[in-house]
Ligand binder design. Structure first.
Ligand code: HEC
Ligand code: HEC
Length: 300
């Protein structure tokens, strides 16, 4: 039998390896095929609550022609200016042409838990899908139920402005690097015997409320360094304070709880900047139980 020259064999092995890798990286992640969006009032009400707790409004709110915003409408257009370009939050009302009117349950699961579009393309992490990845299916489906129950608004948002080298395709590698180099969040340890409350708080802080997207440091590629979660970060020109245990020495559960409701710190100063949006659209709308859970998590 004739043997192939070793160079060709090596090439064949490389091509096969790349093909296998590409298959795994580009194939659509598995999501529950049988999942469906409910149109029950209960699911819609839960979804409305989760959209507030998830801070979706801060980005997806409507921008009117005169530049003013309307947080009661999620038709998008708000510009997010980052080191990696300017991203416009899309229209997430159920308009078929310019929004998400034709989305199915699986599309919501893919988008929020995996950062993938219904066509299988990759979302930019200006959409904090790596935080939302930890959401449970039921919460994602209820969010979908609420969004699909909204009045459709026809509004085409501007195209993102990204540097030439940044394509959606590059996010295949970015997500892989983030998996490999992002590290792991510290274990939840509570000495106070209320681990269920703290677990709920962790879900709200790390996933739904995505507090780490602004408060956790990132490396040069914009990958959050989870082992140092909440130890402070740079947001554009601004430094974002640390909110880890060491930084919150002067805070206790009740002062943190009051902060989430009103934005007032223990020294009676009011918080400003992007955080006042988070208080207004997100944490002030939480139930007492969820605010307490967040406070318990951060002051554990
Ligand atoms: C920090 C800003 C930000 C927050 C917070 C945010 N999003 Fe987004 N979202 C974006 C951006 C930017 C995109 C577009 C990403 C892209 O084009 O790659 C996006 C995309 C989406 C899409 C895909 C829309 C489409 O037409 O393909 C959906 C659905 C969505 N977001 C829902 C949500 C929900 C639900 C929440 C809250 C749980 C949320 N987003 C929170 C910025 C945000
Ligand atoms: C969009 C970015 C963003 C998100 C998301 C965000 N924060 Fe903040 N946060 C900030 C900024 C910016 C400041 C500083 C504001 C200022 O300059 O007054 C801040 C300040 C704070 C402070 C005050 C710290 C101090 O010592 O003064 C606390 C506490 C805090 N955030 C908690 C949270 C929690 C809890 C969440 C999640 C529910 C969260 N943040 C989500 C941007 C964010």
């Amino acid at each position: 039998m004739r043997r192939w020259p070793s160079r060709i064999r090596l090439l064949a092995i490389c091509v096969a390896a790349v093909a296998v890798l590409a298959y795994f990286l580009l194939s659509t992640p598995p999501v529950d095929d049988s999942a469906a969006i409910s149109s029950s009032e209960e699911a819609i009400a839960r979804g409305a609550y989760l959209v507030n707790a998830g801070g979706c409004v801060s980005c997806h709110l409507a921008v009117n022609e005169d530049g003013s915003t309307d947080s009661a409408v999620l038709s998008g257009g708000h510009a997010l200016v980052t080191y990696f370009g300017t991203f416009y939050a899309p229209n997430i009302t159920p308009d078929v042409e310019t929004g998400i009117g034709d989305w199915r349950a699986q599309d919501f699961l893919l988008a929020l838990q995996h950062g993938r579009s219904p066509e299988g393309s990759f979302y930019f992490p200006a959409f904090p899908y790596r935080s939302y990845a930890g959401l449970n299916d039921q919460d994602v489906l209820d969010i979908g139920a609420y969004l699909l129950s909204l009045d459709p608004v026809n509004n085409a948002v501007p195209e993102h402005e990204t540097p030439w080298w940044l394509s959606r395709f590059a996010l295949v590698g970015w997500n892989l690097l983030a998996d490999l180099t992002g590290g792991k969040e510290p274990e939840l340890i509570s000495e106070q015997g209320d681990s269920l409350l703290i677990e709920r708080g962790a879900y709200l802080a790390r996933n739904l409320g995505h507090c780490g997207e602004c408060h956790t440091p990132r490396n040069g590629l914009g990958i959050s360094q989870l082992a140092r979660e909440f130890s402070g970060a740079q947001l554009g020109e601004d430094k974002v304070e640390a909110i880890d245990r060491a930084a919150l020495e002067d805070w206790d559960r009740s002062s943190f709880d009051l902060f989430l409701l009103l934005g007032m710190k223990p020294d009676s100063d009011f918080v400003g900047g992007d955080m006042s949006d988070v208080i207004e659209h997100n944490t002030s709308r939480l139930t007492d139980a969820d605010r307490l859970a967040l406070a318990a998590f951060f002051t554990r």
